[in-house]
Design a protein around this ligand. Sequence first.
Ligand SMILES: [Fe+2]
Length: 223
Amino acid sequence: MKNDQGAKKSSTTNTGAKNTSQNNDGLQKRRSTPPLLEKFFMDMMKDIYWAEKHLVEALPEMQKAATTDELQDAFEDHLLATQKHVSRLEKAFRLLGKVPESKKCEAMSGLVEEARSIIKETKEGTMTRDVGLIIAAQKVEHYEIATYGSMVQLARTMDKDDIANLLEKTLWEEEDTDHHLTRIAEFSVNPMADEEDNEERNGEDMSPERRNGQYATSTASMS
Ligand SMILES: [Fe+2]
């Protein structure tokens, strides 16, 4: 599981922000964006706009379901950041002379459903639930990092530096959130979940799910 949580800035996407200073100069910079690429970029904007708004609805559920105050606080902070990301996208739409518009993001819809099923499949008040919630949240983060990283690069290629700069701020915040979740998992939640497992093996408060093996199966399927 550590591998899933250990993504570093330089490896999150091969089109990420680290390469974004490589603008073209001169004639190439003055050319207009081809309509097909422009439409593709706008579709990506609509997709991530839907995804961010969907996350604003889902994060309070994840916060409420979390066991530890630490993870609840992390989800609360992430909700505030996500609301900011929505506003930033609306500003980007305006800069592009468009009215903000969303298009269902099937990926984010699926990732949120996965988080909800983790809540259903784990026992309330356990550290194992927090392990699952962190993994679910990091899958969301990695999707967003890949999306924003690609969009920043594409915006720069299309000579839309104002849009690229806006989206890059969000990219950095997504990366910070991912790293914060990794720290919570590695130094707090994962060790406590491991300890909780040892206690259950000693016969204390063993859940029905663990007795019949479903718990272990569903946890393994998340990693
Ligand atoms: Fe976001």
